[in-house]
Design a protein around this ligand. Structure first.
Ligand SMILES: [Mn+2]
Length: 331
């Protein structure tokens, strides 16, 4: 049973025992990873503990609105990359992951054993990649890591500014797909709380503005959608190179058609195929488990995988077999 009170106790105890705290959102952080990180800094501040946010990506390769947010955050908070943090690391630090629990999406993965204590805060399904931690709070039924951290901020009665409320609100809006997925009554209570703290909805809306050319490319990919058994939709782009975010956007979009689950497949780099998948929450379809069969992972409703050394056609063939094992394909 996930319990915010217990998380608060564990967090307080481990923060107070440690010299400093490294907050670790996933690599290629999104609004949820960043918003929840900023919220966690506020908790460390309240407990008078020095804390850092780890971002080890080349900002210029991220979406413009993300690089803008990271820039804004680094003006106000201590944002460090792995190299910089290794200079600061001593033998009594706490690592807190947020919006991530798997090894491959943690930039500081090679140095995990150097942290005296570790806590996981996440809303993604565990996998064989999940790192060992002293305490884990993983609630796959919560919309976002930002929602979990908002509950924590309330439990701690932390004072925070409207900018922090805005970042957390952006995290909830992103991962709940604008309050349509993994949403409970509590999501609205927490979001209402953030609005009361001054979350700026027009700033959040501006974060979700799309670039026309890129959106066109995503819609071309959506145009390749193939409907299977009235349950699944697969959109496979065979020519262009996509980013993981493009595939995620396409998979999200396709769900608006009558499908239990959607899959966007495309080339994401040299010899690398990406699959992004989403489901509408139908309990019989767990895309996290489906993506695990491709070496990936995620939650029941949102997951992804990267496959090397194959092509789009073969990846789609394998996907169809996984979705419908009884089907005979002309391979
Ligand atoms: Mn998230």
């Amino acid at each position: 049973m996930n319990n915010i009170k217990e998380l608060k106790e564990q967090l307080s105890e481990k923060i107070s025992l440690s010299d400093k705290v490294l907050i670790v959102p996933h690599t290629r952080p999104d609004f949820d990873a960043l918003g929840s990180s900023v919220g966690l800094v506020k908790i460390c501040n309240k407990l008078n503990k020095d804390s850092y946010i780890l971002v080890d990506d080349d900002y210029s390769k991220l979406d413009q609105s993300l690089s803008r947010m990271i820039f804004d955050i680094s003006e106000e908070y201590q944002v460090v990359d792995v190299k910089k943090y290794l200079e600061l690391l001593d033998d009594n630090d706490l690592l807190v992951t947020t919006d991530v629990n798997g090894y491959s999406r943690i930039a500081i993965r090679d140095y995990l054993e150097k942290f005296k204590r570790k806590i996981i805060i996440d809303h993604h399904l565990k996998s064989r990649e999940t790192i060992e931690a002293d305490y884990e709070y993983i609630d796959i039924n919560t919309s976002s890591a930002s929602e979990i951290v908002t509950k924590l901020l309330r439990a701690y009665n932390v004072k925070f500014d409207s900018k922090c409320a805005t970042y957390l609100y952006a995290g909830i809006v992103l991962d709940s797909k604008n309050f349509t997925q993994d949403v409970t009554e509590k999501t609205f209570t927490d979001s209402g709380f953030l609005l009361k703290k001054g979350a700026n909805t027009s700033y959040v809306n501006s974060l979700f503005k799309e670039n026309f050319e890129n959106d066109k490319k995503i819609h071309e990919l959506i145009g390749y959608s193939e409907f299977i058994n009235l349950c699944y939709v697969i959109a496979a782009g065979k020519e262009k190179i996509y980013t993981k975010e493009d595939l995620a956007k396409a998979a999200n979009y396709i769900l608006k058609y009558s499908a239990d689950a959607s899959f966007a497949v495309g080339l994401i780099g040299d010899n690398e195929i990406g699959i992004s998948s989403r489901s509408n929450g139908n309990v019989n379809v767990n895309v996290g488990l489906i993506m695990q069969q491709f070496g990936g992972g995620g939650s029941a409703t949102s997951a992804a995988a990267t496959i090397e050394g194959t092509d789009v056609e073969s990846a789609v063939k394998k996907l169809k077999l996984v979705l419908n094992p009884n089907q005979i394909l002309d391979v």
